[in-house]
Ligand binder design. Structure first.
Ligand SMILES: Cc1cc2nc3c(=O)[nH]c(=O)nc-3n(C[C@H](O)[C@H](O)[C@H](O)COP(=O)(O)O)c2cc1C
Length: 342
């Protein structure tokens, strides 16, 4: 195997062209510029900022995070100061860093999504809007938008008013993900982001109390434990929608995890919980992904998308040789890098 030669790392999600397929995941690296102390933000595919609403929101009481098996559980509850403040204080810093910015929005009604998207459309420097539909819809008995095809479509249609490229972030906690994905696409999504955290809960048995401040409402599970769920979601949605942009997110902390997600069908990936352990994780994933391509004779990272077949591919150097690349099995590699979650 040769490691010589350059790799074209550009990626495309819908109409958005990125320098690299590796981005941060919403909510796991603040509003963006915080990571500037650890890396050159302009080298990442994009910085996806924490979901914001048109209003301030207090979020849930502490504690907001706890450890789970090969995972963490959070109940941050979308706390934030609102879009106006972000536009005034944070966006200019991200633009100064040269970052490609994807702004994530949430709301409690379709009108909230519309206002949020329109507010962002007046700003300079936003490449796309990520529509986070994993939030309660007050017009539907507080059921999550993401759990209903109609409510998802309503939020997406409302956000199209901004005229910016829309990526819609879906939940895998649904009976029929393909139906929800189709609904988001019909309503105007040019990209789908798969997946948000999975519904979860932890109980402190000694104190006989809920481990998170959100109590009986539980939290969202993220990290290595959810990666196979994300890979499956990306894979199935890709098969049903060969043309849509797909961003895979869930448990990615190494380059080979990104390779797997792309082989499942993703055009790009986001790194979430791993960034909370090591702020440089997105850069590490990007570096390792590039190296993997070089080692395996892949000249364009985009060629990894859907590059999986039932039998291993003959003649394509190393496509079947993912395991062992950076430390063998996941448990071993996470131990080696200190990526333990409990
Ligand atoms: C502490 C925390 C906060 C999060 N906040 C948001 C958010 O504001 N908006 C959103 O769409 N997803 C949010 N997520 C979900 C992540 O973006 C990501 O979809 C999920 O954690 C799975 O990826 P990971 O396993 O790499 O963390 C959050 C996740 C965590 C752990």
């Amino acid at each position: 195997m040769s490691i010589a030669g350059s790799v074209d790392m550009t990626a495309t999600v819908g109409s958005v062209r990125l320098k690299s397929p590796v981005m941060t995941a919403s909510g796991t690296s603040g509003y963006g510029s915080e990571l500037g102390a650890y890396m050159d933000l302009d080298r990442l595919g994009a910085v996806v900022v924490k979901s914001m609403a048109v209003f301030e929101w207090p979020g849930n009481p502490a504690p907001r995070v706890c450890a789970g098996p090969a995972s963490m559980i959070n109940s941050v509850g979308l706390q934030g100061d609102g879009i106006r403040r972000w536009l005034d204080r944070e966006l200019p810093q991200l633009v100064e860093h040269g970052a490609t910015v994807v702004a994530s929005i949430w709301g409690r009604t379709p009108a909230d999504f519309e206002k949020a998207a329109i507010m962002l459309s007046t700003a300079y420097g936003i490449a796309a809007i990520e529509v986070n539909v994993s939030c309660p819809n007050v017009e539907d008995r507080n059921r999550m938008f993401a759990h209903s095809p109609d409510a998802t479509a309503g939020a997406v249609r409302a956000a199209t008013q901004a005229g910016l490229p829309l990526w819609v972030k879906l939940s895998a906690n649904v009976a029929d993900l393909l139906e929800i994905a189709a609904s988001a696409i019909d309503a105007g999504a040019e990209g789908l982001v798969l997946i948000n955290t999975l519904l979860g809960m932890a109980i402190d048995i000694d104190k006989r109390r809920y481990s998170l401040g959100s109590g009986p409402r539980g939290g969202g599970v993220s990290g290595p434990a959810i990666r196979p769920v994300a890979v499956r979601a990306v894979h199935d949605v890709r098969r049903a929608n060969p043309e849509v942009g797909i961003v895979g997110v869930g448990g990615i902390s190494r380059g080979r995890h990104a390779v797997e997600m792309m082989m499942a069908g993703a055009d790009a990936v986001e790194v979430g919980t791993a960034t909370m352990l090591d702020p440089r994780a997105p850069m590490r994933v990007q570096r390792e992904l590039k190296r993997w391509c070089r080692l395996h004779g892949i000249r364009r990272v985009a060629d990894l998308t859907s590059a999986v077949s039932v039998t291993s591919v003959e003649g394509v150097e190393g496509v079947e040789g993912v395991e062992g690349e950076e430390g063998g099995e996941d448990v071993a590699s996470s131990e080696a890098t200190g990526d333990t979650y409990q």
